[in-house]
Design a protein around this ligand. Sequence first.
Ligand code: ADP
Ligand code: ADP
Length: 216
Amino acid sequence: MRLALFGPPGAGKGTQAKRLATAHDLAHLSTGDLFRAAIRDESDLGVRVASLLSAGELVPDDTTNAVVADRLETLGDQGFVLDGFPRTVAQAEWLMGHLAGAGKSLDAVVSLRVPEEDLVQRLSRRRTDAETGAIYHLDFNPPPSDLPPGRLVHRSDDQPEAIRHRLSVYERDTAPVEATLRAHVRYFEVDGTGALEDVQGRIEDAIAQDHGLAGI
Ligand code: ADP
Ligand code: ADP
């Protein structure tokens, strides 16, 4: 199964991608995580993209597509769930062409719908475990009390100014991708609010509609 989760920053793509990957033995391919790992490693890529991530700007399409191509190459025929990619119309067109070149396609795109006021609240209270990548929310999904405090990260792009900017970048550059995806791929809208397991269930129900989860 080849899936992509779509939606604005804070919609729950990372949270649900991890759950789906674990439940269905899929690789989780998050471009944000790949960029943050490159920044931590101080690789050439990391040095090039660090200030873009802090400011909430998108990384250029060519750079992003190359990172995805590398990762897809290592996956071979394993199924995957894309999280945070594609984020521009050019990335979506590249992805479909790239997969088609290998005789593949996306099986489904699931768009997570969450009211804008919830997004800001979710992002400003998001914390991540620097070691495992686990995603928490200080109120809704608090980190375990025995987690060493040094491991809990408040991302630099989860500060108010960068959050506002990322939401406007989403509206300008990413929201238009919906039309491209709808034209080419089975596209489902799912309510992204409520308990994590309920959101996961809605995603699985949507995909199962005419595909069958056995194929995941
Ligand atoms: P995205 O990858 O789309 O930016 P995340 O999965 O990182 O979103 O989630 C953003 C924040 O919202 C995190 O703090 C996460 O714990 C929280 N969150 C995720 N799903 C829900 C939900 N269903 N209800 C409330 N908070 C959620
Ligand atoms: P969130 O889920 O909260 O929006 P991500 O972890 O997906 O955050 O992305 C963090 C940052 O990484 C983005 O603000 C952007 O700078 C960069 N990034 C991630 N994915 C892409 C992409 N597909 N194209 C361009 N830049 C990206």
